[in-house]
Write a protein that binds this ligand. Sequence first.
Ligand code: ADP
Length: 717
Amino acid sequence: MRDTDWPAEDLRARLAAEATLAQKQTELATANTKIAAHAKQLTDEIIVKRQEAESLRGENLEVRSHLEKAESAMRLAERRLWDSLEAIEDGFAVFDGDNRLIAANRAYLAPFEDLEDVRVGAAYPDILQLAVEEGIVDHGEMWGPDWVSMMLARWDDPMRSPLTLRLWNNQFIRLIEQRTDGGDMVTLAVNVTDTIAREKELDEARLKAEAANRAKSAFLANMSHEIRTPMNGVLAMADLMAEGTLDDDQRLCLDTIRTSGEALLVIINDVLDYSRIEAEKLSLHPEPFDLEKSIHEVIVLLQPSAREKQIEMIVDYDMFLPTGFVGDQGRVRQVLTNLVGNAVKFTETGHVLVRVVGLRDEESGEHRVHIAVEDTGIGIAPEMQEHIFGEFNQAEDEMNRSFDGTGLGLAISRRLVALMGGDMWVESTLGEGSTFGLQLSLPASSKSDEPQLGPPAWLGRVLVVDGVAANRSVLQKQLTALGIVPECHADMGQLATMDWRGEDVLFISQAGLADLDASALAGPAAVFVLCQGPAARSLDLPGNAQVLLQPVLRRELLRRLSELEPAQCPLPAEPTAPADAAPRRMRVLAAEDNKTNQLVLRKLLKSVDIDLEMVENGEEALAAYRADPPDLFFTDISMPVMDGKAATREIRAFEDEAGLERCPIVAMTAHAGPDAEGEIFAAGIDHILTKPLKRDLLVEHIEAAAPAEAELSMAAE
Ligand code: ADP
């Protein structure tokens, strides 16, 4: 370096230094500015953080206060839950999946009193063990360990049902357990001591009520027997007196005695039946029976009252429906008697028609049988139609009653039909008439005693002449069902000029006959005179004519037609006695202890030409039987020494031993109940007659039992 250069160099250096300084200063200033900015940012951030911290602290405080509130609410809820659990009288406990007790209220623990081992943590099997050892539970006949095993098995059984335990202090606890989804077992131990006591009281009360009911039925049955026996005397004697000569006043009194007596009997029977149904004592006795025949029997029974009022009685029985069914014939007849009886009672003019239709139910094989009883009577107002099926209910009010009756008939009928599994209803228009219907499902009876007859092959034209359209159409249907197509006419006019052939058959109503000259009827093979009632028997008929009682049974019609021969008198010949048997009187034995009833029986049979031997009890009857077997035996049922059933059993045994023919035995009883009937038939008795005895029925049995060699004659009544 040169000295001369130094100031320049120095200057340069200084300038450089100054420049550097200036630059450093600038840099420093920049750095300062940055630092200041950074410091500001930091300060800002600190402020934000501080604010955030402040707010977090606030939130924290809030959360803590919420938590405290939640905790206290939870404690409250838990306390309330426990208070509630403690307040209920029933025990409550929860066991965990390992069967350890995790919670139990005081009621649950109470029976264990202060047994320390029964507390939270205790195992269920140990609790059971203690219950047995300490005698807390009464395990009855069961051995203690067996009881514990039974309880444990039950605990594990998901299908367990509640169980009632008896404790040492005679308290009854019903255990109901349920496993929760979490595997805990919740147990309720309900104190059912009061309920059990009440159930016991109820049971005792029920037993007492049933006993009282039985006593009531027995009382009613006995009472009916007691009342019927003297009624037998009253009515039968009145009947007999009526046959003698009486002046008008006497006849009036006598008629009143008879009608009142009969009305009383109806009431007794109704009340008896109703109380039997009420007490569920009435059982059905199904047997094969002929429905069509039963309906006809009812019609025949009621025909006299219908005839008095000139009401037509018509039966229209579905020609495709069988007539043999299995059912309680007596009860079916009782219902029909009520319905047809009412129809006649409440009808002044017109007709009563019993219509029977039915269909076979393929599934059950039974027939759904509909029976409708239609009348053209006074009808029933709509608001009364349900009412009349009630007990003692009638459509008229008591003040203006003009028909007699108890109002029990329909109530009994509807219940009987219900008992047979069917139902019953009514349709009616006031002033026009009523139709009572009933529906029953009945199996057809396989027993068919109907001979397979057909109408004769020679039969030509068949004519039906009847002024009543309904009668005409029923007969037409019946004949059609037999394969005969009849010509039907309402008026008789053309009969006089009819060109008859020997193969023709004429059905003509009794009314039509009256206008005809007998010669007009000489042509056909046979003339059937259609009559309603026995008065027809006295008709003066030509030789080729015979009476056919209406309504006509289909089977009867077929039988009568099949007996015909072309152009000759078709009446079947009376059976004749074998030539070698000497004629004798019919022997009838009767057993009856009651003197009045003996007298009644003697008087009723006075005019029948028989040998009547009267004995006082079953033992005497048996002796009389052995000495000389009668043709017919009438027996009372309740008699001293030996009753009618026992006597019959002995007689049947004797017949078997001695190889004798079975003698018809007819019971005469005041007990009309079907239960009693079952026993009577079981003893070997063939028929039952209910007291008061009716002469006609007695005579019917005598006629049926009369042997060919016996001469039976009746004095005219
Ligand atoms: P009862 O005939 O003994 O009074 P029911 O129970 O048989 O008792 O009948 C009850 C009532 O129903 C009768 O009193 C009558 O008012 C009414 N009733 C029944 N059948 C008929 C009918 N065919 N026509 C009009 N009313 C009838």
